[in-house]
Ligand binder design. Structure first.
Ligand SMILES: Nc1ncnc2c1ncn2[C@@H]1O[C@H](COP(=O)(O)OP(=O)(O)OP(=O)(O)O)[C@@H](O)[C@H]1O
Ligand SMILES: [Mg+2]
Length: 253
């Protein structure tokens, strides 16, 4: 991937006088081997905010989430990542998880050969523990109905619910959702949207990556658009909804 000189670098919105951001990443650069993918990404998020991270296929959205979650690849070679005053950039993925980062990847990472309930219990194997299993069932009645069902036999929408519920079973500070609506029928998308909206109302700081940009923007307070591994827009979600040129240029919607 080549560096795009025509693209103006966008630095995070300067909020002079406001509290330091709850989450911030500053000038992160990441590589898969020799492939230079995340090319100086910076943005910040206030506590309780929902941020939509958008961009075309291959723009670097998943790589950015993986960089934040500190998984081994891509390798972050430069930059700082802070969550609630803790330096994620100097942590391994398990330490980032202990410090409240929860990545719900596209493949949802449901554990085969185990029931719904066993999947939930396994999330609580180590502290910090979040929601109780009872509380999860109150918020996800569908999972309660299917508690004894083998988790991989759930529908796509139910598996997405379980993946989110597994994140909430831990005490999290930052939820990273990678394409939670992918492969789901519109009616199920609405159901997951309601769940994410519920999470937002609980004040959980969230980054949502979605191809379904309009759905993500409906939920989000703010939006970042990535193109070729760089931030090309940082602003209010409503500004993206209102700006057809921006949507056509970077989102093809
Ligand atoms: N494991 C990998 N090894 C090498 N290159 C990779 C790897 N994973 C992703 N890439 C490359 O990194 C670039 C960004 O990929 P990434 O998955 O972050 O994009 P994305 O914005 O999430 O795209 P999509 O919308 O298709 O999910 C792409 O060019 C992709 O081919
Ligand atoms: Mg992706």
């Amino acid at each position: 991937m080549s560096k795009k000189s025509a693209t103006q670098r966008v630095t995070p919105v300067n909020r002079a006088g406001s509290d330091p951001a709850f989450f911030s990443c500053w000038d992160i650069h990441s590589y898969y081997g020799e492939s230079y993918i995340v090319q100086g990404v910076s943005f910040d998020i206030r506590e309780g905010e929902v941020l939509a991270l958008l961009g075309r296929n291959g723009a670097g959205k998943t790589s950015t989430l993986r960089s934040i979650a500190r998984v081994d690849s891509p390798q972050v070679t430069h930059g700082e990542i802070w969550l609630d005053h803790k330096p994620l950039h100097s942590m391994k993925s398990h330490e980032a998880a202990q410090n409240g980062v929860a990545l719900v990847p596209e493949d949802r990472r449901i554990i085969a050969g185990m029931t719904v309930e066993e999947n939930l219990i396994l999330s609580q194997i180590a502290p910090p523990i979040g929601w109780s299993i009872e509380r999860i069932y109150e918020h996800f009645p569908r999972l309660a109905e299917r508690r004894d069902q083998e988790a991989t036999t759930l529908s796509g929408g139910e598996q997405q619910m379980l993946a989110v519920a597994r994140a909430l079973a831990r005490d999290i500070k930052l939820l990273l959702l990678d394409e939670p609506y992918e492969g789901l029928a519109p009616v199920i998308v609405h159901e997951i949207e309601r769940i994410v909206d519920g999470i937002k109302k609980l004040g959980i700081t969230t980054i949502i990556v979605e191809q379904n940009a309009v759905a993500a923007l409906r939920l989000a307070d703010r939006a970042i658009i990535l193109d070729m591994g760089q931030v090309v827009f940082d602003g209010l979600a409503q500004e993206v909804l209102d700006n057809e040129e921006l949507r056509q240029q970077y989102l093809a919607i």
